[in-house]
Design a protein around this ligand. Structure first.
Ligand code: SAM
Length: 301
C-alpha cells in the first residue's frame, strides 16, 4: 500500500494506522462510497459528466466551485496571489517544506490539496481585521513548523495594509512525552528534523514583522517575548495538553471580536473535548469546518 506525502502526514496527524486490507487507502475508499451514493441519488448527476470541483485534505466536492475560482472579490484574488507566490517560492527552493520532504514529493499537488485549509486561515485573518477596532494587529501561532500556515496569515495581514506583528511559538525540536496526554503519546519524537533557521529563511520577507519564541510550551510562555493583547490566535500543536495550556495563557489577551483557530479540532477527539470544555462558558461564536478546523470569534461584552 503506497501513500503520497500528504496522505502520510494526514494519517500520522490523525493517528490512523495503516490497515492490511486491499483497498488503496482509506481516503479513496470513502470518496468512492460518497461518489456512488451521489450518483445513485441524483438523476442530474447521472446525465452530467461527474465534475469534481475540489479534492484534498480528506474532502471531495462536486457542484460548488471553491470560492477562489473565478472570484472577483478582492480578498479571494489576494488569496490566490498569495497561494501562487508560495508555489513559486517552493519551486525555486526559497521555501522548504521539511514536513513533506520525501523523495518524489509533488509540492504543488500538496498545496492544492491543502487549499481549503489555507483559505480558512487566510479568511480568519481578514475576518478578524474587519471586525477589529485595533489599528495595531497582533497575531500568534502556537505550532509553526516550516511556517506554512503563518505564511498565509502574514500575507493576509499585508494585503489589508494594517500594521501587524506575528508572535511565533514552536520548540523547533522533537515532541516530548511530558507535553502529551496519554492518547497523543504516539507522537513522541515527531518534528525532530525541524530547524528554526530554515523557518526563518522561509519567512524572510516578513522578518521585520515577526518574533520567534523558540522553546517548549508551556515554559516558553514564561521566558518568551509575549504580546499584551492579540487579535488572532492559531493553535496547531497536535497535542490536547499544550492546546489547553496555550488557550489558558492567551485567552484573556484576545481582544473583543478576536479570532481563535484550532487546526486539530475535528480530527483529534481529545483536543475537541478540551476546546469544547474550555469555551463552554465563554462568550462568542464557534464554527466547525469540514477541514477539521474550528474557529471561535470571541466577544468580550
Ligand atoms: C502540525 S505542526 C504545525 C504545522 C504548521 N502550523 C503548518 O501547518 O505549517 C505542529 C508543530 O507543533 C510544535 N510543537 C509540538 N509540541 C510543542 C510544544 N510543547 N511546544 C512548542 N512547540 C510544539 C512542533 O514542533 C510542530 O512544529
Amino acid at each position: 500500500m503506497k501513500y503520497n506525502a500528504l496522505e502520510k502526514f494526514f494519517l500520522k496527524k490523525y493517528q490512523i494506522k495503516k490497515s492490511n486490507n486491499s483497498n488503496k487507502n482509506f481516503l479513496s475508499k470513502k470518496f468512492k462510497l460518497l461518489k456512488s451514493f451521489i450518483k445513485k441519488k441524483s438523476p442530474f448527476l447521472k446525465k452530467q459528466k461527474y465534475m469534481i470541483s475540489f479534492s484534498g485534505w480528506g474532502m471531495e466536492t462536486t457542484f460548488p466551485s471553491p470560492p477562489w475560482i473565478n472570484s472577483i472579490d478582492v480578498n479571494d484574488v489576494n488569496f490566490n496571489s498569495c497561494h501562487e507566490d508560495l508555489k513559486s517560492l517552493i519551486s525555486n527552493k526559497e521555501f522548504i517544506l521539511s514536513q513533506f520532504n520525501l523523495p518524489g514529493t509533488n509540492y504543488e499537488k500538496i498545496l492544492e490539496e491543502l487549499k481549503w485549509r489555507s483559505y480558512i486561515i487566510y479568511n480568519s485573518i481578514i475576518c478578524s481585521i474587519n471586525l477589529s477596532k485595533n489599528n495595531d494587529f497582533k497575531i500568534v501561532e502556537c505550532g509553526v513548523c516550516d511556517g506554512l500556515t503563518i505564511f498565509y496569515a502574514l500575507s493576509a495581514c499585508k494585503s489589508k495594509n494594517v500594521s501587524f506583528k506575528g508572535y511565533l511559538y514552536d520548540s523547533f525540536g522533537s515532541m516530548k512525552e511530558e507535553h502529551l496526554d496519554e492518547k497523543d503519546k504516539i507522537q513522541v519524537g515527531d518534528y525532530d528534523y525541524l530547524n528554526i533557521e530554515q523557518t526563518k529563511k522561509n519567512l524572510q520577507m516578513y522578518e521585520n514583522e515577526i518574533i520567534f519564541n523558540k522553546g517548549y510550551i508551556p515554559k516558553i510562555f514564561i521566558d518568551g517575548n509575549n504580546p499584551a493583547d492579540i487579535s488572532w490566535l492559531h493553535i496547531d500543536l497536535n497535542s490536547s495538553k499544550t492546546t489547553l495550556q496555550s488557550m489558558e495563557f492567551f485567552f484573556q489577551k484576545i481582544i473583543d471580536s478576536g479570532v481563535m483557530i484550532f487546526d486539530d479540532y475535528g480530527m483529534f477527539p481529545s483536543t475537541k473535548a478540551i476546546v469544547d470544555k474550555f469555551l463552554a462558558d465563554k462568550k462568542g461564536h464557534f464554527i466547525n469546518f469540514p477541514t477539521g478546523q474550528g474557529m471561535f470569534i470571541k466577544k468580550n461584552s
